[in-house]
Design a protein around this ligand. Structure first.
Ligand SMILES: [Zn+2]
Ligand SMILES: [Zn+2]
Length: 719
């Protein structure tokens, strides 16, 4: 027999190996094979009778690894879809989809075995003399209920040897672990609107369908999907929940555990330690885990009993993988649910425009929630502070400072939001105009005063702050603009008695974790922070949000900037007044008339989305066209551009339905010493774009690369 094996090798093909020991039932098993001088673990994708490779050149597979049950047809369908859609070799996708431990020839962390007493064990227990105290204790334990090895060992010294003796005597047998029945606890009382939403989602539970659960911050979306998951578990099925932030996963997992008693809940993120990740993955794969909770990579968990997929904060950019297999976990979640015949629920207060467009054009089911679930909690009042009428001093306008001062007087909390960490984004010489750039990236270095260094936020390079201008020798270098560190310092000067706390990824790193810092955050009077603050955490006394520098997102060349800006501002505004105290939001802006701000004031995402969608339709941007880019990376910018031009010349003939644009450098042209350029493709027809990409990709693999690395990015988010 011939095994067709997917290997983690950058070639778009499967590799054939011969074997005597295989049948067609071996599809989905991992296999150890020789490759060049190496041995690799691959995945058996097909078992065939013959091969195109001449028999003399076929090598023998070393061993089929049957310790892990085979991956099922549905899972293989998912990785094949991902490979075809994102134009990546299947072996690459399989490697990205499996936890690292399963890709290597390495012991897989064993699931603890469960033991039960046999009939002859029960007889023996009655007959065993009292001096066989420990064997009696073991059998006594197992007579009550089957137990796992670790549970036995916790109560009994020398458990392992005892179990071995019991197994040998036939008194003890290894059994399937009992599957605990999860119990849903403390179902909250739903508002009539929530009830209605839940009822609609419940109706769709036994078939594929995409729903958008679209509700303002605080409208209780989480409670709805928790109750929906409870329903799925009660039907004996598994649920997959995708969330954007690694940092929030432990807290969310704890919340899930407190609501689903006795449920087996597994987390899968890139921060999960390898052994734990493999163990959790296997629990899900064997159908023992009830819920898999994780970031984008969890979309590849093997779930033979999948009954529901939830994607929380579906608009979040982190669902798009930016290297290797450049998949969107949200889009794959939909493909996956389709393959499994299960529903998928996308949740958001500010959906991506792609999703919103489909939900309002009857492709998805729109399930709206218009009210906050806690009756007293009103939506915060959003005020625009015109910086032409109220000049900015040291980052602040007078009305915002007065509002903060009033909160301090009442013992309430304020949050100053600024999406820029560090002290100042630019270090420059006022005498000659020199600006400190990163030597590896086309970007400025950011002044970090608390670490006394300059940092590149793109590649991580750190340098000390120069004493004088390297161009003209002027010792008086100026930091321009402001980041969170600078705002923290000036707030400390303006309100010397207030407790000011900065919350950004630098602070989280130095305080070793988000949890510890969030605890002290509840005691602070003024919080200064980046978008880390916008998500998840609930501040009881927070009644004021001040936004500095909001205009930075208005005039970007990236057509998605406005959408992201709106989502972020609405999310951070939602932090104000979640409890019984009313909230207020101050946005400092030079453009108070801008439609984005006008929509924010009215809490009108729908109006905003409709107007932006109309612009996109007019201008021919997604979701009205589909996009892909061919990207080339090289130490030499000329080579990257030349490769792209050659690739375009070698492109197969294309219909008028496909536009292929001239290559351009990326907006961040140099990153960590690598020059990056790309050619954009657009089409109104996704199938035609896909067909063209498949053909083009074949020719690309044959083009001489000359020190250029290339990849295709389908549905790109960076340009
Ligand atoms: Zn100078
Ligand atoms: Zn850099």
């Amino acid at each position: 027999m011939i095994l067709r094996v997917a290997l983690d090798v950058p070639l778009p093909k499967l590799f054939d190996y011969r074997t005597d020991e295989a049948t067609r039932a071996d599809v989905g098993y991992r296999v150890l094979v020789p490759f060049g001088k190496k041995r690799l673990v691959g995945l058996i994708v097909e078992v065939a009778a013959d091969s195109d490779v001449p028999a003399s050149r076929l090598r023998a597979a070393e061993k089929i690894l049957r310790d892990v049950p085979p991956l099922e047809h549905e899972w293989l369908e998912l990785v094949k879809f991902c490979s075809g859609y994102y134009q990546r070799p299947l072996g690459d996708v399989v490697a990205a989809a499996l936890p690292p431990r399963l890709r290597r020839l390495q012991a897989i962390p064993e699931l603890p075995a469960t033991y039960a007493i046999t009939a002859s064990g029960s007889e023996a227990l009655a007959a065993l003399p009292a001096r066989q105290r420990r064997m009696r204790a073991l059998l006594e334990q197992l007579r009550q209920e089957p137990r796992g090895g670790p549970a036995i060992a916790a109560e009994l010294r020398g458990a392992r040897a005892l179990i071995a003796r019991g197994l040998e005597a036939g008194w003890v047998a290894e059994v399937e672990p009992p599957r605990p029945e999860p119990r849903f606890v403390r179902a909250l009382t739903l508002t009539p609107e929530q009830e209605q939403a839940l009822a609609r989602l419940r109706q769709g539970l036994d078939k594929f369908g995409v729903s958008l659960l679209f509700g303002v911050t605080g409208s209780g979306k989480t409670e709805i999907y928790l109750q929906l998951i409870a329903e799925v578990l009660s039907r004996g099925k598994q649920a997959l929940v995708l969330v954007p932030e690694i940092a929030l996963t432990p807290a969310l997992a704890a919340a899930f555990r407190s609501r689903f008693a006795d449920a087996c809940i597994v987390t899968q993120t890139s921060a999960t330690p390898e052994a734990e990740r493999a163990r959790g993955w296997l629990l899900a794969h064997r159908g023992l885990a009830h819920i898999v909770l994780g970031t984008r990579l969890a979309v590849f968990a093997s779930l033979p009993g999948l009954g529901l997929v939830v994607v929380d904060e579906e608009q979040d950019a982190s669902f798009k993988q930016r290297e290797g297999v450049r998949y969107s976990a949200r889009d794959l979640a939909i493909a996956r649910a389709h393959i499994a015949g299960a529903p998928v629920v996308l949740c958001s207060a500010t959906p991506s425009l792609e999703t919103f467009h489909r939900a309002t054009s009857d492709k998805y089911e729109l399930v709206p929630l218009t009210r906050r679930a806690i009756r007293e909690a009103e939506l915060p009042a959003v005020r625009l502070v015109d910086t032409r009428a109220h000049p900015v001093h040291d980052g602040f306008t007078a009305p915002l400072l007065e509002a903060i001062s009033a909160r301090l007087g009442r013992g309430e909390q304020s949050l100053v939001f600024l999406n820029r960490r560090g002290y100042a984004p630019v270090l420059a010489c006022p005498a000659c105009g020199w600006v400190k750039g990163c030597r590896r990236c086309s970007a400025h270095m950011v002044v970090h005063l608390s670490e006394r260094s300059l940092r590149c936020h793109h590649c991580g390079l750190a340098e000390s702050i120069p004493r004088a201008c390297p161009e003209c020798g002027n010792p008086d270098l100026h930091p321009f603009g402001r980041g969170t560190q600078r705002v923290e310092i000036s707030l400390g000067e303006k309100f010397p008695r207030a407790r000011v706390l900065r919350l950004d990824s630098d602070a989280v790193r130095s305080q070793s974790g988000l949890d510890g810092i969030l605890e002290s955050a509840d005691r602070a009077d003024i919080l200064v922070g980046t978008q880390i603050l916008a998500k998840g955490h609930h501040f009881e006394r927070l009644t004021l949000v001040g936004v500095l520098n909001a205009d930075a997102g208005l005039f970007s060349s990236d057509y998605r900037a406005g959408e992201r800006s709106f989502a972020q501002l609405q999310q951070v505004a939602g932090r104000a007044g979640r409890a019984s105290l009313p909230g207020e939001v101050f946005i400092q802006t030079r453009y108070p008339g801008h439609p984005l701000y006008q929509a924010l004031v009215k809490h009108d995402y729908t109006g905003f989305a409709r107007s932006v969608l109309a612009e996109r339709r007019e201008a021919g941007f997604p979701p009205f066209v589909f996009e892909a880019v061919l990207r080339a990376e090289s130490a030499d910018a000329m080579r990257a551009m030349r490769f792209l031009r050659e690739a375009i010349e070698a492109a197969p003939p294309r219909s008028a339905a496909i536009s292929l644009f001239d290559p351009t450098p990326m907006s961040l042209a140099r990153l960590a010493g690598v020059e990056r350029a790309q050619a954009l493709l657009q089409s109104r027809s996704r199938p035609r774009l896909q067909a063209f990409l498949s053909k083009w990709s074949e020719t690309l693999y044959r083009l001489p690369a000359h020190g250029v690395r290339w990849h295709l990015d389908v549905d790109p988010v960076e340009f």
